[in-house]
Design a protein around this ligand. Structure first.
Ligand SMILES: NC(=O)c1ccc[n+]([C@@H]2O[C@H](COP(=O)([O-])OP(=O)(O)OC[C@H]3O[C@@H](n4cnc5c(N)ncnc54)[C@H](OP(=O)(O)O)[C@@H]3O)[C@@H](O)[C@H]2O)c1
Length: 246
């Protein structure tokens, strides 16, 4: 039977592009997000273009934490099992500190960190029962260094990466692969209003790289690998005065 991937935040940007890329590679798809109309349109386009074995769609808000395990179970039932869970749903609101923007910070942590943990915890439970699986989480190069006007975003992505590191140790020898991705700038609605997007790549290119990294089951990687593997290291040591101007 074909391998299958469950994706959160499949209605736009990277999640949508990864759905198309994995369909092209012959995977069955379980696509989730809050916007059902978008998901149905994506399903129809994918079926027309790539005819993958199966495409299932379902609304899922990852902050409705207790609905996540049922979503994985139900879609696994529909597809005859799930092999990869791709925790991708996320937002970037450009929150500032001390400017009455706490609500943006709270929402960012609830979706990007707690929503992702809810997804990965449910995935781990499902895969432990199944005896194998692969969990992929989307962090960011913003996890390497706390960035101005992205304080909660940076914290959410650093928290996600550390959670996954702990999960890898805890699930060691349980036949569950863990992949942490650190994308740089990929052209999506999340960032297309930003004035500067260094080393920007198209979302199709990003999805192709991500699919390759998933299939190789890498433990962690920047996306694209170069130059962000080097820039990421540099970000960690740049003086705060330089970071403050970014
Ligand atoms: N683009 C980049 O350069 C970049 C760089 C580093 C990391 N990332 C990360 O990559 C992931 C995807 O981002 P993107 O660039 O593709 O952004 P995007 O185009 O804005 O897509 C975000 C996706 O997340 C979903 N989402 C948001 N809140 C949700 C919620 N509460 N429950 C379920 N789904 C939710 C959205 O779907 P609905 O609105 O339909 O729910 C949408 O499908 C994010 O985690 C982001 O932080 C992106």
């Amino acid at each position: 039977m074909a391998e299958s991937i469950f994706i959160t935040g499949a209605s736009s940007g990277i999640g949508r592009a990864v759905a198309f890329e994995m369909a092209k590679r012959g995977y069955s798809l379980a696509l989730t997000g809050r916007r059902m109309d978008e998901l149905k349109q994506i399903r129809d386009e994918i079926n027309e273009k790539h005819s993958p074995p199966a495409v299932a769609v379902r609304t899922l808000d990852v902050t409705h934490y207790h609905e996540v395990p049922a979503a994985i179970r139900e879609m696994a039932g529909e597809l005859g099992g799930i092999d990869i869970v791709y925790a991708n749903a996320g937002i970037a609101l450009g929150e500032r500190v001390g400017k009455d923007e706490f609500e943006k910070a709270r929402e960012t942590i609830e979706i990007n960190l707690i929503g992702a943990i809810a997804t990965m915890d449910a995935a781990a439970a499902y895969f432990l029962k199944k005896g194998k699986g692969h969990i992929v989480g989307v962090s960011s190069v913003a996890a390497f260094r706390g960035m101005p006007r992205s304080s909660a975003y940076s914290a959410s992505k650093a928290g996600l990466a550390i959670y996954m590191e702990a999960m890898r140790a805890e699930l060691y020898s349980k036949n569950i692969d863990i992949t942490v991705l650190y994308p740089g700038y990929i052209d999506t609605p999340l960032n297309n209003k930003l004035p500067n997007r260094p080393f920007l790549i198209s979302v199709e290119k990003g999805a192709e790289i991500i699919a390759r990294l998933i299939e190789k089951k890498v433990k962690s990687s920047t996306v694209p690998v170069y130059p962000w593997n080097l820039v990421g290291r540099l970000l960690k040591v740049l003086p705060t005065g330089v970071i403050s101007k970014m």
